[in-house]
Every structure is written in structure tokens, then in C-alpha cells.
Design a binder for this molecule. Structure first.
Ligand SMILES: [Zn+2]
Length: 331
């Protein structure tokens, strides 16, 4: 397989791609495939490429879509009658039972191209309980020449009855060398290791962070964190100031700072600090904090992480965390 034909697939997807095209090669298209793997790896791109290839009328010898036939043109124009996508209507919302019921007509018509029909369910873990049950009926009564691709970063949130009817394709995060090389090709040259670390290995998220200046925000928040620890800043004012940053990131950072402080406590030279660029400050914190209270504070962070999704008053949550942090650091 040459890279030239795969310029629209990220390099780390090629392994998963070769699994998918085996189905085409053997002409055994599964009824349902679940593409799983963490956020930011391009799972959608993989699914869309497969859909285009499956529907194409004159695939290349490498099972790539020709991009010229009428099917490919309709696909690119997003008007292919044999292709449909179901996903939450707004990011973070559920997929409703009405959306699943709406599929009935798509699945009952015969293919317009006398070929396969393909349905993608994006963020499949967002199916409500009722929607999942309704969808299960589609899996239990398969329609001929129909392939359903479910995409989910959290497949375990789906009923086992659905998962067990899918071929599972797990997309792994790339090795850091591959991810770094790709980021360099995207003109990102600084702090690649830290970017990937805080993006939990997802190159697409690391790229987004680099473009959004997330490392600068993280550095500024860590400075606030240190200031509070030295009683040089008010937790209330910092909590208000932090409202401009995404709360899931803030909590992830604070948890990682505390975990690293604990690592430094037990080992003077931890080899696996998440925040290697902050190591000297974290060492310093480890030397002056009390272990038992640090563990208690860590518990508080984990509890608040669960509250954040439901709790509306985020400022209050961060006030509580930072006040506790300030008290923990008092001599
Ligand atoms: Zn084509």
C-alpha cells in the first residue's frame, strides 16, 4: 500500500485501515463494525473512507475509492442516497429514539445503486437506553447488503447485546515517534512531548492544543497553583480567573500535578512525571507537603471531577478546590 493513495488517512490509521479493507478483499462485509479508541485519533475519517470505498463503483486495486464515479461524487457532495449518518444533534447530547426510528425508511428502501447501503452511528455511546433498544432490533433483523459502522470512544457504555453483534476494531494511539513526526509535518515544532502528554497521546488533540495555545494556559494556571501554595494569591480570585479555561482540562491538570507531586514524594527522580517541564516546582511541593493531607486532597479532586458534569456552578467547585489547596499548603 503506498502512502500516496492514503493521503487522506493519518499514518497511524493504516493498520486499522488494512483490517477494514480485508472485508472488501474477501467480499465479506460485516453487518456491523464498532470502531473504538480514544478521542483525537481520526476514527471518523477511517469510517468515512471505508464507507466511500464500499460504495465506490470502481475501486482501485488497493481498495481505495476512485473519487470519480457517480457514487464517489454523490458521496463527496454528501448526497449519496445509500449513505446516512446518525449522531447527537448537538455535541454532548444524546442520540434519541426518534433519530433511530427515522432510520426505518432508509433501511427498508433498496439500495439506489444496487450496491451496499452504509449507516454510520457516530458517538454510539450517546444512544439513550430506549434508542439503543430500538437500534438493537435493526441488528437482530439484519437487512441484506447493509453495513452499520458504530464509532465510539466509550464502547463499554453500550449494551453488551449491541457490542456482541459487532466486529470490534480498536484503533490504538500511535507510538510517540509517529505522532511527533506527524506534528512536525503540521509545522508544530515546540514542546511536542508535553503536548502529546497532555493530549494523552492523541495527535489530533495535541495539534488543536498547539493551535489554541493550551500550553501557555497550562503554564499560567500552574503559576497560579504555585502562588496559592505560597499564599501569594487568593483562591477565590484565581477560581474566577480560571473560568476562562475548559473545566475538564483544569481538573485533568490539577490531578496530574498532584499525582506528580506524590510521585516526587516517593521518588526523588521519578522517571515518569506527566509534567516533566514543571518537575523542579513539583519536587519542591513534595518536600513541604504532608502526605496524608495530599492524599485527601487527591480524593477531593476525583470527587469533584464526577460533579463537574452535573454541577452548574463551576466557579464554586473551583473555589472549593483552591481553598482546600491553599489550606493544605499552609505551614
Ligand atoms: Zn468511485
Amino acid at each position: 500500500m503506498t502512502m500516496g493513495n492514503n493521503k487522506d488517512l493519518y499514518p497511524w490509521l493504516l493498520g486499522s485501515w488494512s483490517h477494514l479493507i480485508e472485508y472488501l478483499g474477501h467480499q465479506r462485509i460485516p453487518q456491523a463494525v464498532m470502531i473504538s479508541g480514544q478521542k483525537g485519533l481520526g476514527k471518523q475519517r477511517l469510517a468515512w473512507n471505508f464507507a466511500k470505498s464500499l460504495l465506490c463503483e470502481q475501486r482501485t486495486s488497493e481498495f481505495r475509492a476512485c473519487s470519480q464515479c457517480s457514487s464517489c461524487q454523490l458521496f463527496s457532495a454528501k448526497t449519496h442516497p445509500d449513505f446516512t449518518v446518525i449522531q447527537p444533534e448537538e455535541s454532548g447530547k444524546s442520540i434519541s429514539i426518534d433519530q433511530i426510528r427515522g432510520l426505518t425508511s432508509f433501511l427498508s428502501l433498496s439500495s439506489q445503486f444496487n450496491n451496499y447501503r452504509l449507516l454510520i452511528i457516530n458517538d454510539a455511546h450517546r444512544l439513550t437506553h430506549a434508542a439503543a433498544n430500538s437500534f438493537l432490533k435493526n441488528l437482530e433483523e439484519p437487512v441484506e447488503k447493509t453495513c452499520i459502522i458504530l464509532i465510539s470512544g466509550f464502547p463499554s457504555a453500550l449494551p453488551a447485546t449491541i457490542r456482541s453483534r459487532c466486529q470490534i476494531l480498536f484503533v490504538p494511539a500511535p507510538k510517540s515517534k509517529v505522532a511527533m513526526h506527524w506534528l512536525q509535518q503540521q509545522q508544530i515544532s515546540e514542546h511536542l512531548d508535553i503536548l502529546l502528554e497532555i493530549a494523552q497521546g492523541s495527535p489530533l488533540i495535541a495539534l488543536e492544543y498547539a493551535k489554541d495555545g493550551v500550553l501557555e494556559s497550562r503554564k499560567s494556571c500552574f503559576n497560579d497553583w504555585l502562588k496559592i501554595s505560597r499564599q501569594q494569591a487568593s483562591p477565590i480570585i484565581i477560581a474566577e480567573h480560571w473560568l476562562q479555561f475548559p473545566d475538564s482540562l483544569l481538573l485533568f491538570w490539577m490531578i496530574s500535578w498532584v499525582v506528580d507531586t506524590l510521585k516526587c514524594y516517593f521518588n526523588q527522580n521519578p522517571d515518569k512525571c506527566y509534567n516533566s517541564d514543571f518537575e523542579s516546582s513539583l519536587q519542591e511541593l513534595a518536600q513541604r507537603l504532608e502526605l496524608k493531607r495530599l492524599f485527601k486532597f487527591y480524593d477531593l479532586l476525583l470527587r469533584q471531577k464526577q460533579h463537574l458534569t452535573s454541577q452548574l456552578n463551576k466557579q464554586l467547585i473551583f473555589e472549593e478546590i483552591l481553598i482546600n489547596w491553599s489550606q493544605l499548603c499552609k505551614k
